[in-house]
Every structure is written in structure tokens, then in C-alpha cells.
Ligand binder design. Structure first.
Ligand SMILES: [Zn+2]
Length: 102
């Protein structure tokens, strides 16, 4: 489910950094075959839902530990959210545009 996207035209693989840098764009030009494709995110909401549930569970667990403090819980939560963000490029998918422009 979590993998980096490939070009829908030539099957070229993209590096994590290039996927991440274009994750907010709507379209992208393949540097290998120069065709434009549409960028979308397939499991983004599922990813954040899973991260949210996991973080609630982790916080719940740590609350049972004596001498727990809020700074630690906040740090754990921030790290969890950061990890979810780091996984976003793995939810990115590329698909072909309707008709190629001439
Ligand atoms: Zn390509």
C-alpha cells in the first residue's frame, strides 16, 4: 500500500525527495519521457487516520505510566505526526492525463 509512485507512461521511478517536492502540485512532467501526468494521493486520509488512532493509543498507554509529564506526551505526539507527514510521498500516485496536448 505504501510505495513511491512510478510514471504511468514509461514506468520511471522517482526518488523520495522529488515525489515530496511535487506532492502539492496537481501535475508533473516526467523528466524521462517528457509527458505530463496528474498527481493524486491515494491513501492520505487513511494514513492520517491510522496515525491518529495509533497516537491516541500510545498516549493512552503512556498516561498509565506513573510520573508521566505533558512535555513527553507532546513530544511523542509531534514525532508521530512528523512520521505521518514523512510517509505522505508514499501515498502519492501518478496517472495519465486524458488526451495528450499537441
Ligand atoms: Zn515517464
Amino acid at each position: 500500500m505504501l510505495k513511491l509512485p512510478v510514471c504511468p507512461y514509461c514506468g520511471a521511478r522517482f526518488f523520495y525527495r522529488s515525489v515530496k517536492s511535487s506532492a502539492k502540485k496537481k501535475t508533473k512532467m516526467c523528466p524521462y519521457c517528457n509527458k505530463e501526468f496528474i498527481i493524486y494521493k491515494k491513501f492520505k486520509y487513511l494514513l492520517f487516520l491510522a496515525a491518529f488512532i495509533l497516537l491516541v493509543a500510545v498516549n493512552w498507554f503512556f498516561l498509565t505510566v506513573p510520573a508521566m509529564n505533558l512535555t513527553f506526551l507532546a513530544t511523542v505526539t509531534a514525532l508521530g505526526v512528523g512520521a505521518a507527514w514523512a510517509l505522505v510521498p508514499f501515498t502519492v500516485r501518478y496517472r495519465k492525463k486524458g488526451a495528450p496536448k499537441k
